[in-house]
Design a protein around this ligand. Sequence first.
Ligand code: PEP
Ligand code: MG
Length: 747
Amino acid sequence: MPERFESESRKLLGRLRDAMASDLAGQARLDRITHLIADSMGTEVCSIYLFRDDETLELCATEGLKPEAVHQTRMRMGEGLVGRVAKRGQIINTPDAPSAKGFRYMPETGEEIFSSFLGVPIQRLGEKLGVLVVQSKDQRVFSSDEVYALEVVAMVLAEMTELGAFVGEGAALSARHQQSVLFRGTTGQEGAAEGHVWLHEPRVIVTNLIADDPVREQARLTEAVDDLRVGVDRMLEMSVGGDSEQLQVLEAYRMFANSKGWMRRMEEDIARGLSAEAAVEKEQSQARARMAQVQDAYLRERLSDLDDLSNRLLRILTGQGRQTGAEMPTNPILIARNIGPGDLLEYGRSLRGVVLEQGSVGSHAAIVARALAIPLVVHAEGILNEALNGDHIMVDGDQGVVHLRPDDTVVAAFRDKIAMQAKAQERYASIRDKPAETLCGRVIGLHMNAGLMADLPSLEGSGAEGVGLFRTELQFLVRNQMPKRSELAELYARVLDAAKGRRVVFRTLDIGSDKVLPYMKPNDEPNPALGWRAIRVGLDKPGVMQMQLQALIRAANGRPLTVMFPFVAQFDEYRAARQAFEKAMNREERLGHVMPERVEVGAMLETPSLAFAPKAFFQQVDFLSIGGNDLKQFFFAADRENERVRRRYDTLNVSFLTFIEQIAERCAQTGTPLSFCGEDAGRPVEAVCMAAIGLHTLSMRPASIGPVKSLLRRTNLDELKQVIYAARHRGDQSVRPSVMEYLRAQP
Ligand code: PEP
Ligand code: MG
């Protein structure tokens, strides 16, 4: 790199910094900057175009074009040379702009007299903010050094735009991070919440972009990279023998941390006048831009590793930790790219809601959010670039929508919705201690689903009769290593204490499929939902199941104990699981532990096959619970995790209801107690239909007990059953329309 140019570039950046430090207002600042750039680069024109909205660019400052055009000239993304630079995020450098592809003549700017054109995108961490252009009359091709200098300037402009440096009197630009923005994601957990943004990993704010002393910046970078390498090596050492996927990621980190190309590019940026932080961020920005373009999943992963590594380096350089010492706001709503179940549990009930940029409906975080009963929206794309700590935010988990910095009308409508829900809650509280007795005199047992100690207080609040499903895998999912038997025994004992004699159905470990333990070797299966999961793992790896069963027996310590095996597909599996239970009982007795006063050993009916098991199975099993989430996915062959198909088939489809009715009839013949514990049990209309066709017990999220009980108490199940039968007789596909019509007609 020529020495002269290096110092020119530094000089330009130095002048830019002075312009920034001056107390000029927003527009005057922009004007000063375009003047400085044109002057330093020896061009007649320098213009800055910024996005007004996602699609429109506006000329915001210029040196050399007609001043009247400022804030008047606009173009759409892709339109003209400027629009093309923005759209593709790539530089255009041409000596003869009028004959370049895409040129658009704009008489209001007087630009036809300028021949050469160099436009570079203004973007920050992959987000498009505008375009910076220089033009001159003579037909010159800008050298690669000049292009580079303008790119660096564009980056500084991007940072300044981000920091709101151009907002102010006369600038006619609204500040970023101040407008209201709507994000459409996917429902992870229903519910509505209003609060303030709390970023799980707040962005690192870089304020010192330009530096005077390249030698010092170079030393800072070297020191920070050394720290980073040591940190990565330490992480590698700690995870030797651990999960191979994690090791792979760390190896990739190490490769990047030692990459000469990465270092060299950052060193060059520093030589040109950037601070160490700005040099790291420039590399990160480019990695993000590439990430948006590559299709290959492996490459994308590696680029995202690099992104992560850059964040670590920025934290080392700026000394900004995970949380920057900021106070958690009132009613915090957590925003993260993704979050592990352990981290989410640590926040616990202090959170009002969670919004994830990635995540998935079946992720562990979603399971925990559900257990915590806080609204969760996943796939809210772009929210991390927009949200700042403390921003006002409203999360509509029912619609999968997030309103960031909502305007007054949205706020009013949203608060009405919350108020209506609160009113309904009051109504439910008034029937909390009353039975779920229908108009025809049947009493339905309503129980709650749980998975965490934190769920137990809901037993009192919701009016549930007991815990119909305790998902024990959550305790395994939220740890970094297999829990010990003594830890589990203690926890289960506390659950039973909190239940104060009410029945708790402990479901043994249901892992595999979407629930993968971080410390167990992942299995590469083509169809994990149909793979090695739940009881299949339990029977093939009896050690863990024995440990868990012993912990349960110890926890009962003389009290009644109810155990349920998940995902039983055939009689033999139940028999084998029951034998394992007997073995654990014998072992515990030999060890001198007190035996449970009474035991019930049941199975979950989650595969259609079990509905057709021999009569002897129904006679031997102590009780059955329909896991409707899984049963429905296998009945319709529609993946419960797949957004495209998961809502495709209605639970009130005649075929599915008929199937459930047949299961209820088989259980009635053998006197086998039957319940339903899938998510559908918590949906009032589905719940009353289920009760009408013969289910006496339902288990659901605690928050659903009120609404379900309220509808049951207003319904005559005998009449509803006739409505269902009539729809079936007519050949309707789903009974929903006639059921809804019937329910609406009720007083
Ligand atoms: C079910 O499948 O309906 C169920 C209750 O179990 P899980 O959702 O934990 O798979
Ligand atoms: Mg299941």
